[in-house]
Design a protein around this ligand. Structure first.
Ligand SMILES: Cc1cc2nc3c(=O)[nH]c(=O)nc-3n(C[C@H](O)[C@H](O)[C@H](O)COP(=O)(O)OP(=O)(O)OC[C@H]3O[C@@H](n4cnc5c(N)ncnc54)[C@H](O)[C@@H]3O)c2cc1C
Length: 411
């Protein structure tokens, strides 16, 4: 029996329905969906892809299995962050899982921004179709020419001109911007100069994807994969003009919004990474019992018992830490939760990478091939050590919170 403390009884059945749908309906179509991408223009959403994915989304929506990520809200199920952790873990077990239930990044973070900081017009134009799963979105912060783990470096120019703002500069690693269904970007820009305090120079602005002056230059590759049709795009803005009312909250409020956006997004990635680790351990165990070498099952050879045991123990530790960080988030004090989110943001990808790597090894050469989901899972989880803040930045947060207990001085 799986222990699911913190999950209210009424939501247990809901979680089981998600797990059942993933096993019975999503997993059987995964391979065909991904094979379809290789058939023609990788950046198109082919008829068959649409049939598979939109078909699954329609089923999930009709069954009421939709938008679980809207924690503590009357629009979703009102799950706590702790409860959502179990759902995200389940959805993380397969690449299409999160999108089928309208719970995928970067849309969830962007929807949260529109919900919390958007105007009524933005909610109508962007939040509504995002909540319905009709369009997708991207979040553009990282820039090629500056160390973007320090967001005070963000320098895309955004200058007021009458009733508009004009944007110039480049962004890269804009996840999801390759998808033809991606219709809107939330863009971190620089609106203030050195006369302002460091954290008041950046703003966020809403830019429709097709605005004149936007050029998608190329997909950035992850270990040689373009991740089509989602993509992590390198984009140039040349005199891109958007109405002044597209700025979120007002000039200089970018950091405030980034904090609100990134907290939940980071922990959701970790929850899904734990799901990927669980899926990899299951595959490793099954393989080690099915295959034989030197007259024994693989499980019985060398240190394989130890490897399996270590993987189980590390997953359990990571899950408990993730639930603790989620619990802190549920207490409503983002500042107190931040170091806990940083802890799990370092630990979850590290553990998932280790487990997936051991599973790859147990599969032999097949493990690194296209014939198991493991190679793809490894590259995906590896990116999490950078995306939403590199490990070192999160470790620094953890250390500062620790040191602050013992000094009044700035650490
Ligand atoms: C697959 C993928 C998807 C992504 N999706 C998006 C997206 O949708 N939108 C978006 O805006 N960005 C996205 N990113 C970008 C990601 O958020 C950035 O790469 C990340 O914030 C780091 O910025 P940087 O690459 O400029 O690295 P830099 O800031 O140049 O940092 C490089 C290295 O410097 C070291 N370093 C930095 N700070 C410290 C410190 N305080 N202490 C010690 N060492 C330090 C670390 O080793 C770090 O890895 C994505 C990245 C990947 C790989």
């Amino acid at each position: 029996m799986t222990i699911t403390f913190g999950l209210r009884d009424e939501n247990r059945a809901l979680l089981q329905r998600v797990a059942d749908m993933i096993r019975d309906e999503v997993l059987p179509l995964e391979q065909e969906y991904h094979a379809e991408i290789n058939k023609g223009d990788r950046w198109q959403y082919t008829e068959r892809q649409a049939e598979i994915l939109e078909g699954l989304k329609d089923k999930a929506k009709a069954a009421g299995l939709w938008n679980f990520w809207l924690t503590d809200s009357d629009k979703g199920f009102g799950l706590s962050t702790v409860e959502y952790a179990y759902f995200a873990e389940e959805m993380g077990k397969t690449p299409l899982g999160a999108e089928v239930f309208n719970c995928s990044a970067p849309d969830t973070g962007n929807m949260e921004v529109f919900e919390r900081y958007g105007t009524a017009a933005m909610k109508e134009q962007w939040l509504k179709p995002l909540l319905d799963g009709q369009i997708r979105s991207a979040y553009l912060m990282t820039e090629p020419d500056v160390a973007s783990s320090d967001a005070t470096n963000i320098s895309m120019s955004c200058v007021r001109d009458g009733a508009d703002y004009i944007l110039n500069g480049e962004k890269w690693w804009s996840s999801g911007a390759g998808d033809p269904r991606c219709k809107v970007y939330i863009v971190m820009v620089k609106t203030g100069g050195d006369d302002l305090q460091k954290h008041q120079r950046q703003s966020m602005i809403v830019v429709p994807a097709g605005t004149p002056g936007i050029e998608v230059l190329r997909p950035m590759e992850v270990y040689g994969h373009d991740d089509a049709p989602h993509g992590h795009m390198h984009i140039r803005f040349t005199d891109v003009r958007v109405p002044a009312e597209n700025i979120l909250l007002g000039e200089g409020r970018g950091f405030e919004i980034a904090q609100g956006r990134l907290g939940p997004g980071r922990i959701h990635h970790c929850m899904r990474a734990i799901g990927q680790a669980e899926a990899a351990l299951e595959q490793m165990c099954k393989r080690s019992l099915q295959r034989q070498a030197f007259g024994k099952k693989l499980a019985q050879l060398g240190a394989n018992y130890d490897i399996i045991a270590e993987c189980r123990m590390e997953i359990e530790m990571a899950r408990l830490l993730c639930l603790k960080a989620a619990w802190y988030m549920d207490q409503g004090d983002a500042r107190a939760a931040a170091p806990w989110i940083s802890q799990i943001k370092v630990v979850a990808p590290k553990v998932a990478l280790k487990v997936i790597d051991e599973a790859v090894q147990m599969f032999g050469a097949q493990g690194i091939s296209q014939d198991t989901p493991l190679a793809n899972a490894w590259t995906h989880v590896r990116t999490l050590r950078l995306a939403d803040g590199p490990d070192a930045v999160h470790r620094r947060q953890v250390a500062r919170a620790e040191l602050k207990k013992y000094t009044q001085e700035k650490v």
